[in-house]
Design a protein around this ligand. Structure first.
Ligand SMILES: Cc1cc2nc3c(=O)[nH]c(=O)nc-3n(C[C@H](O)[C@H](O)[C@H](O)COP(=O)(O)O)c2cc1C
Length: 203
């Protein structure tokens, strides 16, 4: 699909048909998520996939009964990870990929890359990771649209309850959800956006 057309066609879909997304397409969407850029290349996320009708309906109850979540072919729950400090095995593993073979260089890059996260508390690290999960959210939503698959980004959920439903434990916490499927109805509204001049200033 032409990129400009794709940008206009993607919309917050409120209700999906029963049609399931194929295994190939859902893999393509998830692979697109893996390619998302992240600060220091930490990739501070996991993508948990629900494609069972009952489970989607259960999840919807924790998302203020939103029908897009209930009727989705698949819900991708993007989970933020907070083990991003110099002491953490995961952060060390990610840094090692960039630091080459020398231990000295590894220690140098580790200090550099974890300088900010080492000074953050758990909530701050969650927020830092969540920002990047939102990039994966956008990337997967556009990847889906490129295959003619609709989606809705879901920030309206009871976080603690979703964490419990998914059995999440430290260092993982729910960041955001992407409901995916084929739209049951055309978008209700024409795209509403601020005008170019309201948003853009050339300095
Ligand atoms: C972070 C985020 C959270 C959102 N949460 C919800 C949600 O819980 N339920 C919903 O129906 N739409 C949700 N939306 C969709 C927005 O309402 C929608 O993108 C916006 O109104 C613009 O419409 P459009 O996406 O159709 O262009 C969310 C969007 C974003 C970016």
């Amino acid at each position: 699909m032409d990129f400009e057309k794709l940008l206009h066609q993607r919309h917050a879909c409120k209700l999906f048909l029963e049609t399931k997304i194929s295994k190939e397409d859902i893999h393509f969407i998830l692979e697109s998520g893996l390619l998302t850029p992240s600060s220091h290349g930490f990739e501070p996320w996991k993508f948990l996939v629900l494609n069972d009708k009952k489970k989607n309906e259960e999840l919807s109850k924790l998302c203020w009964n939103q029908q897009n979540v209930a009727t989705a072919s698949h819900n991708i729950i993007i989970v933020a990870r907070t083990d991003l400090q110099s002491k953490d095995e995961f952060a060390q593993k990610q840094v090692r990929r960039f630091s080459g073979k020398s231990e000295e260089n590894f220690q140098r890059v580790l200090v550099l890359y974890t300088h900010s996260t080492d000074g953050m508390n758990l909530d701050e690290r969650y927020h830092y990771a969540q920002l990047q999960c939102y990039l994966a959210l956008m990337q997967m939503s556009l990847a889906a649209m490129s295959k003619g698959i609709d989606s809705c980004m879901i920030g309206g959920f009871e976080k603690e309850k979703v964490d419990t439903f998914l059995g999440l434990k430290n260092p993982f916490q729910t960041a955001v959800i992407l409901a995916l499927g084929y739209k049951a109805n055309p978008p209700k509204y024409k795209k509403q956006r601020l005008s170019f001049d309201e948003v853009v200033e050339f300095l």
